[in-house]
Design a protein around this ligand. Structure first.
Ligand code: FAD
Length: 292
């Protein structure tokens, strides 16, 4: 088992995000994605935590399964929402006992279809979970960064300041997805000005269809630049054409990020391997990684 902070110190990281399956059909899709993506030898694999703890057991099971039965280094997402501090400590203790060393500490969001008002949890901000994880298990702890600012934050300067304080206590950050690389560069510059130079890995979301991209962008506060929208609209409704253009857009973005010397690339795979694999191949990441 390996701490991701050690991997980042040693060099550049290629990583993927997956979510735990909720039924047999999604289990099969996940297993196919895993076997295809494992062949690309990701440096680590992060496993999401369902809104308000809804995948508590399934996230644990998948992380521990990957740890024990695959060559990949897993990282467990964990969020404060709807949990007491004691519950979070128990979850962290369980990961520690299982040998898991990497945690992505998040505040979390309420589920999209929540019909009742949910409590925010005993810990209000992700930075408090970073502290708890360090106390419980000396984990390598990652945090979320929002290049365009957190969607609920009214003030970007405050948001950057809060992020700098959170990242100062953590080991590295992974960003929300974005399409304009300038947002990422500005984020990293602001953190440097605030005295924080921990690795910030850009999160890449390959576009597979327009409806999903609009929904995800609205939820995350990510803007879709006009020229990207025009490229997508120009291909019409054919899913294969849309996916192909989505891959081209991601390849252009990744090239600009790689040229700027980013510490890694993290792919939001949505449990599908096709686009991530095509982007990996188009960028020649296999050859680039073996040289570095
Ligand atoms: P925080 O860092 O707590 O920030 C939330 C807001 O509070 C920001 O506006 C910040 O500026 C503000 N803030 C922070 N500290 C303070 C303070 N001390 N005082 C006042 N204001 C403060 N969600 C899930 O439910 N499950 C997942 O698996 C998941 N994975 C994710 C992975 C990545 C890489 C990313 C980028 C996001 C992920 N999310 C996930 C979404 C995330 O939970 C939401 O974006 C959430 O709204 C914010 O989480 P955070 O950890 O950034 O929150």
């Amino acid at each position: 088992m390996t701490k991701i902070s050690a991997l980042l110190e040693a060099g550049w990281c290629f990583s993927i995000e997956l979510w735990p399956p909720k039924n047999l059909e999604s289990e099969n899709k996940l297993r196919t994605a895993l076997s295809e993506l494992e062949a690309l030898e990701p440096d680590f694999v992060s496993i999401t935590y369902g809104a308000a703890g809804s995948t508590r057991e399934r996230t644990h099971e998948l992380v521990v399964d990957l740890l024990n039965n695959s060559p990949m280094t897993p990282m467990a997402h964990l969020s404060c929402m709807e949990h007491s501090k004691k519950e979070l400590s128990i979850i962290l203790e369980r990961y520690k006992k299982a040998g898991v060393e990497n945690i992505l500490a998040l505040r979390g969001d309420p589920p999209l279809n929540a019909t009742v008002q949910l409590s925010q949890g005993e810990l209000v901000y992700a930075s408090e979970l970073v502290e708890l994880a360090k106390q419980v298990g000396n984990f390598c702890v990652a945090v979320a960064a929002h290049p365009e600012g957190h969607p609920l934050s009214l003030d970007l300067t405050q948001d950057r300041y809060r992020l700098s304080q959170k990242l100062d206590k953590a080991d590295f950050a992974i960003t929300q997805f974005f399409f304009n690389p300038q947002y990422y560069f500005d984020l990293v510059d602001s953190l440097r000005v605030l005295g924080v130079d921990k690795p910030v890995i850009p999160g890449i979301m390959p576009i597979v269809n327009l409806r999903t991209v609009f929904k995800m962008s609205e939820l995350s506060g990510t803007s879709v630049p006009k020229e990207i929208l025009a490229r997508l609209q120009a291909v019409g409704a054919n899913p294969d054409d849309l996916r192909r253009v989505g891959v081209e857009i991601a390849v252009d973005l990744c090239e600009q990020l790689l040229q700027a010397g980013v510490p890694g690339l993290h792919f939001y795979t949505m449990n599908s391997f096709v686009s991530t694999k095509e982007i990996y191949e188009a960028l020649g990441l296999g050859a680039r990684r073996s040289k570095s």
